[in-house]
Design a protein around this ligand. Sequence first.
Ligand code: ADP
Ligand code: MG
Length: 399
Amino acid sequence: MDIHEYQAKDLLGQFGVESPPGALAYSPEQAAYRTRELGGDRWVVKAQVHAGGRGKAGGVKVCASDTEIQIACKEMFGKKIVTHQTGSEGKGIYRVYVESAVAIKTEFYLGLVLDRSSQRVMIVCSKEGGMEIEEIAAEQPESIIRASVEPAVGLREFQCRDIAFELGLEGNVVQNFVRTLSACYRAFRDLDATMVEINPLVLTENGRILALDAKMTFDDNALFRHSQISELRDKSQEDPRECRAADRGLNYVGLDGNIGCIVNGAGLAMATMDTIKHAGGEPANFLDIGGGATPERVAKAFRLVMSDDKVEAVLVNIFAGINRCDWVAEGVVQALTENPVSVPVVVRLSGTNVEEGNKILAASELPVIMASSLSEAATSVVEAWRSHLTNGSLTRAVQ
Ligand code: ADP
Ligand code: MG
């Protein structure tokens, strides 16, 4: 799960990472009001979206008056911002953060990520702050400093000092940097983050180390033990299809193809997507209904897949162990009876109660195409999709 910059700054602040004073606003008027509360004479208005690269896309504006703040906000609120991290659809701006502008001496890059090959938290730093890490890696790879943390002992001060020296820091600033980096590590560890990125981390003209930007990503599987973080979820920034699925307890990932998939088990879902591709189709989603799925749950999954306009054919592929084919069939019948669909539906059932399942589908007289193996199912759904596209009509093939 991702959170906004202002939320990450607040969380990191609780661990000791300093950032400029700032305030959140939901309208241009509120932004101007909050700016007056902050005081000072230069501020930065920052669009709060779950993506970096806002600066280059007009999402970060330096302002020197009330009027400038309002103009900057009006250009942001309600608009979509498109950066290299948002995809072509962009992300909507519904909140802005106003922050005191800082006199920057040097900008650094600081990132903490989970390095799967070494199974450790990896610290990545560079003097080339402000640039994205991908750009730094491509253009200035020699500037990247890496350190990995031994989990049994945690991040040691000497490691932080080594990095500070490599970044060219001196005097009291070294201690400020050590405090900041240690705080980031504690936040990463204690909050079950998978990424903490401060870009830029800056050295100010008066020797302070401040986070001017902050990004945090959390391990979804650990959110149950951090309710204060789950609450920070902003659905306006997420794929609406994935949001609806998460609300219904379904494991769903939206993809770009047009064949909707309803499958049980992540492994079978992957295999189903591969087989669809092999048969010449493109999956529209990954959807795992899990074990012991009730007819209601299957029907919900069906409605969710059909709510995606791109879906032009559906494949239900169930290998029932804990699941029951009859329940799955009931769910499919329930969904199709309540909301008849105009696209081909292929169902392949196997395992527990398969005969009952097939009987229920046949008795329903719904236009469902049955298949007995995964490869047959994939070929059928791709063929049905193609002929549906050409004829615009449904192939009725209940057996
Ligand atoms: P993004 O990474 O999405 O482009 P940032 O928060 O990193 O957004 O802001 C982009 C740039 O704007 C920063 O690299 C920094 O130079 C400048 N900036 C951001 N916040 C401040 C601030 N409070 N004071 C001065 N400059 C800032
Ligand atoms: Mg940034």
